[in-house]
Design a protein around this ligand. Sequence first.
Ligand code: CTP
Ligand code: MG
Length: 175
Amino acid sequence: MTSIILIVINALLFILPAYIGNSSAALFGHGKPVDGGRVWSDGKRLFGDGKTWLGLFAGVFFAFAAGTVEGFLLQNTGFEIGGIEKYAVLGFLLGAGAMVGDLAGSFLKRRLSFERGQKAPLWDQLNFVLGALVFAGLVFIPSWPELLVILIATPGIHLLINWIGHELKCKNVPW
Ligand code: CTP
Ligand code: MG
């Protein structure tokens, strides 16, 4: 395999738990908002109704689960960057970072008077990944080419996942 393909594979394998966490938050999130309905000094919501406790916990949990499973599957494949424990920790950090980045993204959107759910191109797709990279950086920092792949590929992949989710909802598929 050429090194470019290897870089792309390694980059996507690394960030995968963050994608899964983010999708899980959207799939399972509803109910009590993280900000409890509170408003900031500008009279707008802190985060808004799109950031719920259930979404937050689902995001962290499924990213952690995904990281652990990935660590297990990658054992002795040559693609692994550590043992299962490392992947479990990475999954947790990627999930927690994704959720914090997503919250920070919504906080900024509210400050700039974007309504909940209003599109903020690139920002909507990158906030969770930036948070994930910062948190995961505590235990693993991807190479520059890998980081570049993650940042370039994420908006497209994120839009694709959103589109699939939307299509599925149209067909009333419960998951
Ligand atoms: N979601 C959630 N809890 C989270 C993150 C997401 O419940 N911590 C759910 C919400 O139902 C949200 C949906 O996933 O509407 C899509 O997430 P996102 O696009 O991040 O939120 P938006 O509704 O677009 O809100 P915002 O404008 O704040 O980004
Ligand atoms: Mg959105």
